[in-house]
Design a protein around this ligand. Structure first.
Ligand code: ZN
Length: 456
């Protein structure tokens, strides 16, 4: 049931722009050049050297790497932060290229890509809201493509082969599984897919270690690169964790320092921010609120486009002012559709409340929706967010900077924890830093060693 090569390429090409829009490409020429150089080199030695490959680092703090059919490979800045040398990176790169060259379950991709509706993580969205949630075409879920165990094992094998062939020590790849398994027990949102289909990372570690021995014998070389210091120097300054410049939630308020706006988020609602939309929903999934940018130039045109896009029928609309900004309020119902087979009307239609707000030459669109019987329950919640959309001028909110990884030199031999203390890292982040550095807190470290620390 394999797709043809041209179908694979078409599938990758179709999804790539959405993935870039959803996550953003991380701005670092040096790092993008690095992944492209190593990726192209490895692709040439792979089993499908004729494919055209593209390698990108996405601006996401989640620790992951994934590949799409046809030659598209993505690493997050989150996983780049967690490698401690080029050889670990090369092993994972080989693993991802392996999914492409071994043509793993392209059917799974298509199924999962189709199932993506850009939803709030963890939310079970009712069928009724699907078309509204689908604004992004693709969702964060893409990061969590799942392959079967056999496919993962085969990709591990290819990862060892490919990284060995371009001169890296694949034993380091085995070591990186420790980092992944330590992370999976860690803070929220950092669950790597590598582990999802492998209940026993230790077993995987042992297998990859043995494969590394085998391939090192095969290629008849005794010199295999690890390149720790050069890797660490390259990632010096890398943004770490969420980047507040792209918007952040604080005390039930959302602030966007770059676009200079703010609005309150309903208390206890699930919340997700991506470069193309902000989604909010109560945990029971009975309502949904989305903030996006309208493509149209005027409020009326944006209202009309919204009605057409979602097949809505206007109930009422009015022009108004939202904190000094020109706006349009519109209530609209989903057009009832007959079910062709049963000749019956579908259940309760969806009612929407939309605020279109002009600000800084753009039109912000906040749409709240629920089934009609629930609408009055949520209307005031929607309005509370929509009518409190406002400009953001508070310097303390505007100047929020992300944390970054800094590479520093250990000045005194001792334990890793002592080195962290000397670098004035707060105690509550020592364990996190131990994982980030692939070290143990009580492990030894010698003067002159480079380590990662986290600075504002
Ligand atoms: Zn994999």
């Amino acid at each position: 049931m394999l797709l043809s090569e041209s179908q694979e390429i078409a599938m990758g090409q179709e999804s790539d722009p959405s993935i870039q829009a959803q996550f953003g490409v991380y701005e670092s020429e040096a790092m993008q050049a690095f992944i492209n150089e190593k990726g192209q080199m490895m692709a040439k030695t792979s089993h499908r050297p004729e494919l055209k490959y593209e390698f990108k680092i996405l601006d996401s703090p989640v620790v992951n790497a994934f590949a799409l059919p046809g030659g598209f490979v993505y690493f997050t800045r989150g996983i780049m932060a967690h490698f401690n040398n080029e050889a670990e990176f090369a092993g994972v790169l080989g693993h991802e290229i392996g999914h492409i060259t071994a043509r793993h379950s392209a059917r799974q991709y298509s199924k999962q890509i189709l199932a993506q509706v850009g939803l709030v993580a963890g939310m079970v969205l009712s069928e009724d809201f699907r078309q509204f949630g689908d604004l992004a075409n693709q969702g964060v879920g893409l990061l969590f493509l799942k392959f079967g165990r056999d496919n993962e094992s085969e990709s591990d094998r290819l990862g060892v082969e490919y990284s060995t062939k371009i001169g890296y020590d694949a034993h380091e790849m085995a070591g990186f599984f420790n980092t992944l398994s330590r992370l999976s027990g860690g803070p929220e949102g950092r669950i790597p897919t590598f582990l999802s289909t492998h209940p026993d990372p230790a077993d995987r570690n042992v297998k990859v270690d043995a494969l590394a021995d085998k391939w090192q014998e095969k290629v008849k070389s005794t010199q295999f690169k690890v390149n720790r210091n050069s890797y660490l120097r390259m990632i010096d300054g890398l943004v770490y964790g969420e980047d507040p410049r792209q918007g952040y939630l604080e005390n039930d308020n959302f602030y966007h320092p770059e676009l200079k706006f703010q609005f309150p988020v309903p208390a206890n609602w699930l919340f997700e921010n991506s470069p193309i939309q902000v989604q909010m929903a109560p945990k029971d999934g009975k309502a949904l609120m989305l903030l996006t940018l309208a493509q149209e130039k005027t409020l009326d045109a944006a209202a009309q486009a919204t009605l057409e896009q979602f097949q809505l029928q206007m109930v009422d609309s009015r022009k108004l002012n939202v904190n000094g900004l020109s706006a349009l309020e519109m209530t609209a119902d989903q057009v009832q559709q007959q079910d062709a087979q049963t000749q019956q009307q579908q259940q309760e239609p969806v009612r929407t409340l939309t605020y279109l707000i002009e600000y800084n030459g753009m039109i912000y669109k906040i749409m709240g929706l629920s089934l009609r019987p629930d609408f009055n329950t949520y209307r005031s919640t929607f309005l509370n967010t929509m009518t409190r959309f406002n400009t953001l001028n508070d310097p303390s909110k505007l100047n929020r900077q992300p944390e970054r990884i800094k590479i520093e030199t250990v000045t005194k031999s001792g334990t890793f924890q002592q080195a962290l203390q000397a670098a004035k890292m707060p105690t509550n982040r020592h364990e996190e830093l131990a994982i980030l550095n692939g070290m143990e807190l009580n492990g030894p470290i010698t003067k002159g060693t480079l380590i990662k620390v986290i600075r504002d």
